[in-house]
Design a protein around this ligand. Structure first.
Ligand code: ADP
Length: 367
């Protein structure tokens, strides 16, 4: 019977639990044995009680719960070869030959590294007498399937990541609440949302709340003119009768010279140049909290099911895969390529090739 391990790693996001539940139940349905690995890679390295066989009932209630019930962590030991070797030993001792990882690009890269080094780990563990020859033969290959849990929607090659829609929903609710008080006092609000190198949350929130201005990392404004342009734009709208102003800023927003665009700085501009009563709201971790929207329950569930199918179809020559969604179809694509493209977008921004960054993003959401 095939044993499949599942863990969540890195930052949490709504819908991760739905994915864990689907992996467990689909695995059982397809005659496999699922194992929950608690607290991300920390649990994989600690072993013992941190890795437990999962029953159908163990994941009941997961579908509607936010965060990740099995826990997540950042694990420095797993970044080192030695740490990954202990993880390999614990996998082999538990009899796990396929690992499903739900996390961001860091977590998925870590899993892919473990797989790439697998033959070395097997050879080392044999040499150290920590595994038998039979174990080495039985576990000659580790299959990796990733799913992306990220509210930022920052992975290339997928239209949406698990958690992004819930976070956007939460942002819209929060901004709607701010708009009431803004209009009562004729205030301006600067709302900062998450997204270090990806402006999807900020841009989508701006569209969905009717914001007056938005700053995203992929489309930085001219460093010498943006402040004046912002003031002109907001003033024109007030002159046309609007009582409030709303500016949405991604946390990673920059200008064309890569200077960070900070919410407090925007507030100072609006206060001193336009004399607006301006408040800053940084939504922070509220965006990650609460129960998942219908879409993340759906996405986590169908992707979790696909992860099991991908494992059952794989052989030793199958590369590590990442499950995504493109044009409403669930996809299983090579993990390495998806991460390479994702890193490329961030690099194009750093190198000030903004149009190229936008073009690469447009493969996933701006088209
Ligand atoms: P995310 O998965 O959300 O991008 P991180 O980048 O913090 O979050 O990664 C989460 C964990 O994944 C790290 O604490 C580490 O254990 C593991 N990890 C990240 N990058 C690597 C890497 N290059 N090699 C091995 N493990 C990694």
């Amino acid at each position: 019977v095939k044993r499949i391990g599942i863990l969540t790693s890195g930052g949490d996001s709504q819908g991760m639990n739905a994915a864990v539940r689907a992996v467990v139940r689909m695995a059982i349905f397809r005659g496999c044995e699922p194992f929950l690995i608690h607290e991300g890679y920390n649990g994989l390295i600690k072993g013992k009680d941190m890795i437990s066989k999962a029953s159908w009932e163990d994941v009941s209630g997961f579908l509607t719960t936010g965060g990740t019930v099995i826990g997540t962590a950042r694990c420095t030991e797993f970044r080192e070869y030695e740490g990954r070797q202990i993880a390999a030993l614990n996998l082999i001792k538990t009899g796990i030959s396929a690992l499903v990882v739900i996390g961001g690009d860091g977590s998925l890269t870590g899993a892919d590294n473990l797989r790439a080094e697998w033959p070395n780990h097997i050879a080392d563990l044999l040499k150290k007498d920590l595994i038998t020859k039979q174990m080495a033969t039985d576990f000659s290959c580790l299959m990796i399937v990733g799913m992306v849990g990220s509210i930022d929607n920052d992975l290339a090659t997928t239209d949406l990541t698990i958690g992004a829609v819930s976070a956007l929903t939460r942002i819209c609710e929060a901004v709607d609440a701010l708009q009431c008080t803004a209009s009562s006092h004729h205030r301006a609000f600067v709302v900062e949302v998450m997204g270090r190198s990806c402006g999807w949350l900020a841009l989508s929130a701006a569209i969905c709340t009717g914001a007056d201005y938005v700053f995203i990392p992929e489309d930085p404004p001219n460093s010498s003119t943006w402040e004046k342009k912002l003031c002109t734009e907001l003033k024109n709208r007030r002159d046309a009768g609007k009582k409030t102003s709303l500016v949405i800023v991604a946390e990673g927003a920059v200008d064309s010279e890569l200077n960070p665009i900070k919410s407090e700085h925007i507030k100072d501009i609006l206060t001193t140049r336009l004399n607006y009563d301006t408040r800053v709201t940084i939504l922070g971790h509220v965006q990650r909290g609460g129960s998942p929207s219908f879409y993340d329950r759906y996405l986590g569930t169908v992707q979790g099911a696909e992860a099991i199918e991908a494992i059952l179809k794989a052989d030793a020559s199958t590369p590590s895969l990442v499950i995504g969604i493109l044009e409403n179809k669930i996809t299983a694509q090579p993990l390495k390529e998806a991460i390479k493209l994702t890193k490329q977008v961030a690099n194009e921004i750093k190198n000030k090739n903004f149009s190229r960054a936008l073009e690469l993003r447009s493969t996933s959401f701006l088209n």
